[in-house]
Design a protein around this ligand. Structure first.
Ligand SMILES: [Zn+2]
Length: 270
């Protein structure tokens, strides 16, 4: 078995230490060779770092737009202190999860979200770390900041924008992340986008434990989760949609992941 799949976005640190290790070793049997564990708040930075060291994976630190606090200015300073301190950390591979969320519950602080995002984009340039971006009902606004602060590099995770927006992100050199949502029959637009994107534009992600795949929504109705072990199945879905072999899909996704996250650690597999 030579397939090596890369999970460009997850939150594995939310599990207990023992579970983190078990989930990754179980997934390695199915080709799980690398991942970016994304923290979304100051209180998670060290948890994500420890989780990365424990599992041999990579991590990112950032301020998530849905979890901004009143003390966001101090949090930005703490982020910068962390980045300064860990600039040479071989496990640190990106800044994220950060971005914009203008869905109803979060719209009211959009102006602050924008300030926090643009500061993180500046840090991305200062520290040479690509971005793992969250964008909900805010694609055009994200594009505005990309234009303003270009050149930047990164992934728009769980992409669900239009083909036109996809093209504009690609024009800025960004890649688009796909995972659990591509397994739903109802996700027509996401599946069509994944089927038709140029080969250098897409990467895979589990967003574990969020965005459960179709088969886990049915199996565990109370608490459906996306798990590292699901990544290989997302790769198969991508291959099927794109009409290419699993090997070809795996090669493309691996190449694209390393292009955008060059510091990502790749593990030997059993
Ligand atoms: Zn996420």
């Amino acid at each position: 078995m030579s397939l090596r799949w890369i999970d460009t976005h997850n939150h594995l640190f939310v599990f207990k230490e023992k579970e983190q290790v078990e989930l990754v070793s179980q997934a390695k049997e199915k080709g799980y060779a690398g991942a970016l564990i994304c923290a979304g708040g100051v209180e998670n930075f060290e948890l994500a770092r420890q989780c990365a060291i424990r599992t041999g994976l990579s991590y990112a630190v950032g301020l998530h737009p849905m979890y901004l606090r009143d003390r966001w200015q101090e949090d930005l300073k703490e982020l910068e202190v962390f980045l300064e301190k860990h600039a040479e950390d071989p496990y640190l591979a990106a800044i994220g999860e950060c971005g914009l969320d203008s869905s109803e519950a979060y719209r009211s602080n959009l102006a602050i979200q924008e300030r926090v995002l643009s500061e993180q984009m500046k840090m991305s340039k200062r520290y040479g770390l690509p971005l793992s971006l969250h964008g909900r009902q805010a694609m055009d606004l994200l594009l505005k900041y990309m234009r303003r602060l270009a050149p930047l590099k990164g992934v728009v995770h769980a992409f669900n924008g239009s083909p036109n927006q996809a093209q504009r992100f690609m024009d800025f050199g960004f890649k688009l992340g796909f995972g659990g949502a591509a397994s739903y029959d109802g996700s027509k637009r996401i599946r069509k986008t994944l089927a038709e994107l140029p080969e250098d534009a897409w990467v895979l992600e589990t967003d574990c434990p969020d965005i459960p795949p179709d088969w886990r929504r049915d199996a565990n109705k109370d608490n459906p989760m996306s798990l590292p072990v699901d990544l290989a199945a997302y790769g198969q879905i991508a291959a099927e949609l794109r009409g290419i072999s699993e090997e070809a899909a795996c090669d493309q996704a691996l190449k694209n992941s390393l292009e955008v996250f060059p510091r990502l650690l790749i593990n030997d597999l059993p």
